[in-house]
Design a protein. Structure first.
Length: 325
């Protein structure tokens, strides 16, 4: 009896030393609770639109609610910091766009490092549209550049705010065309558009959702788009690159990142789920109507894009003398 009891106690002690994995304590399948999607921009804006369209579809695909949290402030920095400092359990993801690759060059000290976040998937791409008032005596990019060179520092370049995507596209254009213009920053896209509609500003790099309706109505003239290829829904508007500035590209993209410590299996599952969502016709239409082209490029391609843009925009920031405002 004593020998049997000793054997049983020995067996129990061995079991207690086994790792807490395997059939006895398997981790719950992911996701087993709602997933947070941080959007570092205001509700209703371009980045928020992408985040909400994707989140709604992911809720169906993953079987758990994917809810959007808008963390607004400091040129996306507050939201991006929250994403970088989130738990690495796979229940927080972050939508990023141009400020993600620009802020490291603008800020003397970042509250996080780029390596604190890992790419998940490149979701969408969208060019800007270069627009001018109809009364301005220019019909194309070359004529705008010629006018700017004839009147240095007399033309006003409007933007949706300092160091926003439209502003950076404008600075890249100014540097590429070697022109001198005055930058006028407005509180947002609608205010900058109003300045063009009223003839108060000379030109603006605007979002397709903001510009194309006015262009179609004749209230603005669309000179060019900033992608390397023409837009499907505005094929008559040439690219800046084919309008006399070869290689010019200043697309606005949206991608998904996660805290660096999130397990690879979860990142891969999310990458697959987002790619499936972006392939659905109704999602394509909703994003297309807002001026976005679904890309669904995998994490490796997204990492390459981030690396290229970090270098590209750091040069623009330096050459244009931009600082965080």
């Amino acid at each position: 009896m004593r020998k049997n009891l000793t054997s049983r106690l020995f067996a129990l002690s061995l079991f207690a030393t086994l790792p807490a994995t395997g059939w006895s304590q398997q981790a719950a399948p992911w996701p087993s609770k709602p997933v947070r999607l941080i959007v570092p921009a205001a509700a209703g804006g371009p980045t928020d639109i992408v985040g909400r369209v994707v989140a709604a579809e992911l809720s169906n695909t993953l079987g758990q609610q994917v809810w959007v949290e808008n963390r607004v402030g400091a040129g996306h920095l507050l939201g991006m910091t929250a994403g970088a400092q989130a738990e690495t359990d796979g229940y927080t993801f972050l939508v990023v766009t141009t400020p993600y690759v620009v802020m490291p060059s603008l800020q003397k000290k970042m509250p996080y490092e780029t390596k604190d976040l890992q790419p998940v998937i490149w979701m969408t791409s969208s060019p800007f549209v270069l627009v001018v008032p109809p009364a301005l005596p220019v019909k194309n990019v070359q004529e705008l550049v010629a006018l700017a060179k004839a009147k240095p520092n007399e033309l006003n370049m409007a933007s949706a705010g300092p160091t926003t995507g439209p502003h950076l596209a404008g600075e890249l254009f100014r540097l590429s065309a070697d022109i001198k213009v005055q930058h006028v920053a407005y509180r947002g896209g609608p205010q900058a558009e109003t300045a063009i509609l009223r003839g108060e500003a000379t030109f603006l790099f605007d979002t397709p959702s903001g510009a194309l309706t006015h262009v179609e109505a004749g209230a603005m003239r669309g000179l060019a788009v900033t992608s390397l290829t023409r837009m499907e829904n505005a094929p008559s508007i040439p690219t800046v690159a084919e309008s006399g500035i070869p290689g010019f590209e200043a697309d606005s993209w949206n991608g998904l990142v996660a805290p660096a410590g999130v397990p690879k299996a979860i990142v891969t599952r999310m990458e697959t789920a987002v790619a499936e969502a972006l392939a659905k016709p109704d999602v394509k239409k909703r994003l297309g109507d807002a001026g976005f082209t679904p890309v669904a490029a995998p994490s490796a391609a997204f990492a390459d894009l981030i690396a290229r843009d970090l270098v590209k925009w750091s040069r623009v920031v330096k050459d244009a003398g931009l600082t965080a405002e």
